[in-house]
Structures are given as C-alpha cells and as structure tokens.
Design a protein around this ligand. Structure first.
Ligand code: ZN
Length: 433
C-alpha cells in the first residue's frame, strides 16, 4: 500500500545539484517526486503540507552514526535512532558495526536492514566490520557483506591495523565498496581523554596528541597508494590531517573524508564548560584546526559532514572526564548548529552546507544522491531559518542526551522530513519552546 500523495507547498526550494533556488511546490506520489513547479493547485485526495516561510532541500544523509542495536539498547535502538535522524532532516543513515555482537556477517547485515525497514521510513545502510569482531586481525568476507547490503566496511571506534588495512582495501575494491577508517595511532593516544595541552594538564587527565590522528592518516594514505581501492577517512579533526588528505587527492588517490559538526563548531576549550559531554574521539582540537576544517569543507578537501552520532547513557557520561566513554549525539542538532555557526556567520554558503550534508555525503559512500527532480525518490527536508530555538536534550527522539550544545540558541530547526514519499517527521508546530 503506497502512502497518500503529498503536496509540499510554498517553500523556498534549494537543490544544489540542480542549481535551483526559488519558490516551488513539490508533488509526491508513490514514493517519487511527481511534479516540481512554481505553483501546484491541490486536488482532492492529496495531503497538502504548508511549508510557507521554510527552506526545502533534498533529504539529508548521515554516513556515520552509531545506532547501538543489537546489544546496547539502553544507549539507542534502530527505532529511536532513525526517529532522531528524521527529526534532524535525515532520510538515510549509515550505521557503524561496533554493536554487540559486531556486524561482521551477512546475516547481521540483513538483520539491521530488516529491523530498520520495520522501524520506519528512514533508510539504514549498514557498514560492516572490516575485520572479524573488529579485532583488527582477520579481514571479513567483504564480498558477502556487500552482497547482503553493506555499503562500506569499517572497524570504527578503533583503527584497522597496519597489517589488515592492505588486504581489507583489496577485498573492498573487489566488492566495489569503500573502506571507512577511524584513523588513530593507538600507541600515541592510549589513555588519553582530551587533546594534549594546557587544559588536559590543568584538568588532570591524559592527553591525545594531534599526531595520533595525522600519523595514522599518513600511514593509511601510503597503504592506499600501494594497494589501490577506496579509502574514506572518518571524522577528520586536525589541520595536519586535512593537509595530508589534500595532498593525497592532488596525487590522484581515491580518498574521501568527512568532518563532524562538533569539530567544525567547537574547540578543546568547550571541555571546560561541558566536561565529559565534550569528550569524543578524535577529541576537540584547537582553533587553528577548526579553521582548517572549515576551509577544507568549503573547498571540498573534506567531502562531507557526518555526525558520528554516538549516544551513551547519562550514567556512563557521569563517570567524569577520565572515565566517561567517548562520543556525543548529533543527529538532531547537526543542521542548526552548522547553519548558525557557519552559514549565518558567512563562513560557508547555504548551498554548500546542503550539498555537504546531502549529495556529497551520499557520493562519498557510493549511495544514490538525493535530488528534487521528477522521477527521483521523494527524499526531502524542510528547515526554519528564521525562528530562534533552544536546544533541549530532554526533547530529543534519541535516547542519548549527551550533547555539548544543550542550551544553545540556534536557527535552522528541522521542521519536516519526507523519506521515500512518507512523512517521517513533522515538527512545524512545536510545543512551547
Ligand atoms: Zn571513529
């Protein structure tokens, strides 16, 4: 049974892929975009959705989230995580395999896809483990994992070992999917909680030097140059890593990279205010790193934004800076944080932000890019760029409340998400904020 036809009326439609920016109505029928015109009259039987005053874009895609199911359902489930995605304007997410058990077999890949299909209209593309149990030793059967629906392989949460990365890249190349690597030299980062430096010393916690990331990026690029295949660098956080990726691209390597909203918006100083709620891996870095990340996102050296949405329970995050687990949630704040900190301040054009959160993210992992074109899948998101709102984690759809953005006053609140022709989120009339 197909959902009712939808008429999205009155919005400013911005589609970077089509270089379209202007008022347009969009008619959605049978999961597809049926018409896109300046003005479409409503017909009987069509559900009219008034989006006057809002921005309408292709649906956003987040290629790096942790849904925690199976095994860690106190942190998040596929159902709550996909609802959080919808509330953030996302129509599809790529789920990392570091669940319990790890997603390292075709059966597990299919399980995630089936549970997501039952949960709602937001699509989940599993990323399977690169090595068995993500233990960094024996490569998984990448061809079988890709055949079951995995869009990439990764041991995210940990790096793929030096020994395994070459064979994994070769297997992934044969299977036609990229390797998404969490670049971290564990010998340099061991025991660290936040970026090395004055603040770590003052707070009495061990530091993580920038080289823990950039040395690993350099090593990975050298292996990529030898073996071929496609490497996607997860959550780039330092200026030196950006430089290495820029050089790798210039040398013709098949490398893509993502950056997380928290690394674009914050620096290590945030730890002073937010404590363990600003603890993530890789850690928040310095302002010169943040400037380099912003410039690299603008010029495309960093291909896209991905949230690294990493929900944890309140009890876990209450263990203090040294003991709390790494990670912050991001699905429900990503667009507004980036709109308010980058677009409103003139750092990044709005059209570039929409592209980096949509079409460019899709392309990095070889997914179909969302586009508001007749015949395309009806994946759309709408945002309120005018009204200020306050981030209140108590209202999150995610089970995770671990965000450093609580209390922030932002513009760019997601108000409507349509995934595959179905309304996945409608927040046009929020309760009193
Ligand atoms: Zn990671």
């Amino acid at each position: 049974m197909s959902p009712p036809a939808l008429l999205l009326r009155g919005a400013r439609l911005l589609d970077p892929t089509l270089s379209h920016d202007g008022r347009a109505d969009v008619l959605v029928r049978d999961g597809r975009i049926d018409r896109v015109e300046g003005s479409i009259e409503p017909r009987a039987g069509v559900h009219v959705i008034d989006l006057s005053g809002f921005l309408l874009t292709p649906g956003l895609i987040d290629i790096h989230v942790h849904l925690r199911e199976p095994g860690q359902e106190a942190k998040e489930t596929i159902a709550t995580g996909t609802r959080a995605a919808a509330a953030g304007g996302f129509v599809a997410v790529c789920a990392m395999p570091n669940t319990d058990p790890v997603i390292d077999t075709p059966e597990m890949v299919r399980l995630v896809i089936e549970r997501a299909a039952a949960a709602g209209p937001v699509r989940v593309h599993p990323i399977a483990a690169a090595t068995v149990g993500s233990r960094g030793e024996r490569p998984t059967h990448v061809d079988a994992l890709a055949g079951a629906g995995a869009v990439a392989v990764s041991d995210d949460g940990r790096p793929i070992s030096d020994e395994a990365l070459g064979p994994v890249l070769e297997r992934a190349r044969a299977a036609g999917i990229p390797v998404a690597n969490h670049c971290e030299a564990l010998d340099l980062s061991a025991g660290g909680a936040i970026l090395s430096g004055g603040l770590a010393k003052r707070l009495g916690v061990s530091g993580i030097p920038r080289e823990a990331e950039s040395d690993a990026v350099a090593r990975d690029l050298a292996i990529l140059a030898r073996t071929g295949g496609r490497l996607h660098v997860c959550h780039v956080s330092t200026a030196r890593s950006v430089e290495l990726i820029r050089e790798g691209k210039a040398a013709g390597l098949a490398v893509t990279a993502e950056v997380a909203p928290h690394h674009l918006a914050l620096t290590v100083d945030e730890v002073e205010r937010s404590g363990a709620l600003a603890k993530m891996n890789p850690p928040l870095a310095g302002s010169e790193d943040r400037e380099a990340l912003r410039a690299a996102l603008a010029d495309g050296t960093l291909d896209c934004v991905a949230t690294d949405h990493a929900p944890h329970t309140e009890a876990e995050k209450a263990r203090g800076l040294g003991q709390a687990p790494f990670g912050v949630v991001g699905l429900e704040t990503a667009f507004a944080v980036l709109y308010s900190t980058l677009v409103e301040r003139g750092v990044l054009p709005l059209t570039t932000l929409v592209r980096r959160l949509g079409a460019d993210a899709a392309r990095a992992l070889g997914l179909e890019a969302p586009v508001v074109r007749v015949g395309a899948r009806a994946d759309l998101a709408a945002f309120d760029l005018e009204t200020e709102w306050t981030v209140d984690p108590a209202r999150f759809r995610s089970l995770g409340r671990n965000t450093p953005f609580a209390g922030w006053r932002l513009r760019g609140r997601p108000v409507m998400t349509v995934a595959g022709g179905t309304v996945a989120y409608d927040g046009r009339a929020p309760e009193e904020r």
